[in-house]
Structures are given as C-alpha cells and as structure tokens.
Design a binder for this molecule. Structure first.
Ligand SMILES: Cc1ncc(C[n+]2csc(CCOP(=O)(O)OP(=O)(O)O)c2C)c(N)n1
Length: 309
C-alpha cells in the first residue's frame, strides 16, 4: 500500500510537470493528498471486481493495478494508451480488468454503479462494484437515486465518497446543512460510515467490511472518506477560496508520510528499508514516460474509430 501511494504521487507529479511543459492538451484533475482513499479501498477488492471512477481518477486506476505505462501513454494522447489516446487524463479505462472508466460528469458513475450491481445480481455473480465520487456529487439527484435503488434491490455496490472538502470552489458546509455525508445512507436504509481518509489502514478496514457485506449479498454501504486535495480543482484554479495555511495544515496529515512513520514505529519497516520506495516509484514513472514518448501518435485515418453517434 505504501508503494502504491508513492506511485500515485509520482505519476501525478510527473503529469503536472508534463502539463507545465505544454506536453498535454486540455486540463487535468490531480488527487495529491487523497492517495489513501484509492489505495485503501482498492486493497480490499479481489480480481474480477468492478470500479467506477471520477474526473479525479488517476489514483483509482493505479491502486486497482493499471499499467502506468499505458496510463502515461493515454495521458500523452498516444496510440498505446488505454483508450488509444482518445480519452486522456479524465477518461482512463481498462474494461478487461474491471476498470469501467472515469467520468467527467459529476455523479455520472453513480447510476452506472447501480446498473453494474444489478448486472452482477442478475448473473448471480460474486463480484462487487466500487464507485468513487466527490462531496459535490453527493448533492446530485443521481446519488440519491442510485443509493435508493441499490438498497431496495440489495445490490453489491460500495459507495465511496471522497469528501475532499470542496466542489470546485464551494466548501462542503455551504452546500449542505449536515455534518456528515455518511448520515445520508440512513435515508435509504443502508449503513453509512465516516472514515479518516488520510489513514490508509482505516480506509482499508472500512472498505473490507463494506466489500464483504456486498459480496455476501447483504447489499450496499456508503463510506465517506474525509480527505483533502493539495492542488487546485483543475489546472485553471487560482484557489482564492482557501488559505495557504489550510493547505499546509492538511499537509501535516499527509497519508504517505503518516503511513510510513507508522510502519517504522511499529517495526514493520526499518527507516533504511523505507528509503527506496519513493525512488522506485519515480523510476517506474520515468520508464512510463519513456514508453509513452516513444509510442506512436494515433493515425488520423482512425479518428472516427469508436465514434458511434
Ligand atoms: C453534472 C455536472 N455538473 C457540473 C460539472 C462541472 N464540475 C466539474 S467537477 C465539479 C466539482 C465536483 O466536486 P466533487 O464532486 O466534490 O469532486 P472533486 O472535484 O472534489 O473531486 C463540477 C461542478 C460537471 N462536470 N458535471
């Protein structure tokens, strides 16, 4: 889990750098600070389980085992990318491995999750579908409809709200009158749990319980993971809605630093053994960038491949 969190951080640092050098078109949404949520939840899954992501989805894909070479190639719009360079940062998917795609529509994954859950249910499968979404998405109608249907039909869905305190520039307390998003689960008759999203083991424990409940046919769970994004909403965010002190305060709870310190304190890892983790992650990303850069651009003649409407 520590290596995974380092890998997510390294991927995004490099993505940011490539963007700054004008190597990427469009925009991107970084999840630095939120690594423990993706990592803790995905560690609770088994091969064959399904995942639905958001516009801030790099970490979800990496934590689910996606190949960073193909992710980087997708990010740079290359033919060897997961979506042959058509999707870019916001639309990385690996359907064969159950990564059913990111979603640029806020709450767009939530109705899909109910559909995936219904499909598993009809096929009498034992898989689980995890759907990530933000605090802003929890105010969309799709959130309420999806939770209600999944609960009524006892579907194997785990709802993971990454409450990173803001929907673009809007703080959670200005968009909802409740203290805990997890409390909304009660309205639909399913368990809701609020978790420290900066603590990868706390996330893993809660996710393990939710996944086990879904897998044994007991239905959905809502997890609210309290976390924070260190970077702006996307690349065009001047961040006038929060103070530098607030960001620095959250950085003192960095999920990677905290987990590493804990592993060392509990003698699971020595300081010397922890040393190479960051370097290994950067090397894997260097290799991914080399792969992506040496990969071909998509052939313009294939531009309409995959366009169905
Ligand atoms: C249906 C819809 N409404 C508005 C937008 C514009 N938009 C993109 S991201 C975003 C904020 C999302 O906040 P949240 O769900 O908390 O996720 P976070 O960005 O914090 O990860 C908005 C309003 C959109 N993409 N889709």
């Amino acid at each position: 889990m520590l290596q995974t969190m380092y890998l997510i951080r390294a991927f995004e640092e490099r993505a940011d750098d490539l963007f700054a050098h004008g190597r990427v078109h469009g925009t991107m949404h970084l999840s630095a600070g939120q690594e423990a949520v993706a990592t803790g939840v995905c560690a609770a899954l088994l091969p064959g389980d399904y995942l639905l992501s958001t516009h801030r989805g790099h970490g979800h894909c990496i934590a689910r085992g996606a190949d960073v070479r193909r992710m980087m190639a997708e990010f740079l719009g290359k033919e060897t990318g997961y979506c042959r360079g058509r999707g870019g940062s916001m639309h990385i998917a690996d359907v064969d491995e159950g990564i059913l795609g990111a979603n640029g529509i806020v709450a767009g994954g939530l109705p899909l999750a109910a559909g995936v859950g219904l499909s598993i249910h009809i096929r009498r499968g034992t898989q689980v579908c995890v759907v990530f979404f933000g605090d802003g998405a929890a105010n969309e109608g799709a959130f309420h409809e999806s939770l209600n249907l999944a609960s009524v039909w006892t579907l194997p869905v785990v709802y993971v709200c990454e409450n990173n305190q803001y929907a673009m520039s809007m703080p959670v307390h200005t968009s909802m009158k409740i203290e805990r998003i997890a409390d909304r689960a009660a309205a639909y008759g399913l368990p809701g749990e609020q978790v420290n999203g900066m603590d990868v083991l706390a996330v893993y424990d809660a996710a393990t319980r939710a996944v086990e409940r879904a897998r044994r046919g007991a239905g959905p769970t809502l997890l609210e993971c309290l976390t924070y994004r260190y970077r702006g909403h996307s690349k065009s965010d001047a961040q006038r809605y929060r103070t530098r002190e607030e960001v620095e305060d959250w950085r003192t709870r960095d999920p990677i630093v905290l987990f590493q310190q804990r592993l060392i304190a509990e003698r699971v890892l020595s300081a010397a053994a922890a040393e190479p983790f960051a370097g290994r992650a950067r090397e894997a990303i260097d290799d991914a960038v080399r792969f992506a850069e040496s990969s071909p651009e998509p052939d313009p003649a294939t531009l309409l491949d995959g366009v169905y409407a």
